[in-house]
Write a protein that binds this ligand. Structure first.
Ligand SMILES: [Zn+2]
Length: 127
């Protein structure tokens, strides 16, 4: 059903059949409802577009992470990047995926954002 057409038909019925003293009030209420419904439809179309965009972004992110998971292995709470012969010596942050730097005095690894730590004693997987 075309909602715009339905509102127009209702407006026409009011004009033809409502008592003259009530027409203006009824038409004003109908026009207010029509405007609100049209605003909801516009908002729903925007939300549908946003939703589709989010789904596409999610699928792209999921695909990129599945590629990364072949490249990285989680072990001892951090990520280890594969090399042809094993793993890189420095771990990667599990939260932000940046390479970590050792801070020997504090006995920790720190990611490049500085926001995440791991114990200095973490080691790459042995396989
Ligand atoms: Zn981090």
């Amino acid at each position: 059903m075309n909602i715009t057409l339905a509102f127009q038909e209702l407006d026409d019925l009011i004009v033809r059949h409502a008592p003259p003293q009530d027409r203006s009030v009824l038409r004003n209420k109908l026009h207010l409802l029509r405007d609100q419904v049209e605003a909801y439809i516009v908002e729903k179309e925007k939300l549908t577009f946003d939703h589709m965009t989010l789904i596409q972004n999610y699928e792209a992110l999921r695909l990129s992470q599945s590629k990364e998971s072949a490249e990285f292995v989680t072990h001892m709470g951090v990520l280890w990047k594969r090399t042809p012969v094993g793993f890189e010596a420095r771990p990667y942050c599990k939260e932000c995926r940046s390479v970590m730097t050792p801070v020997p005095r504090a006995r920790i690894w720190v990611c490049s954002t500085g926001g995440h730590h791991a114990p200095l004693g973490v080691n790459p997987p042995t396989d």
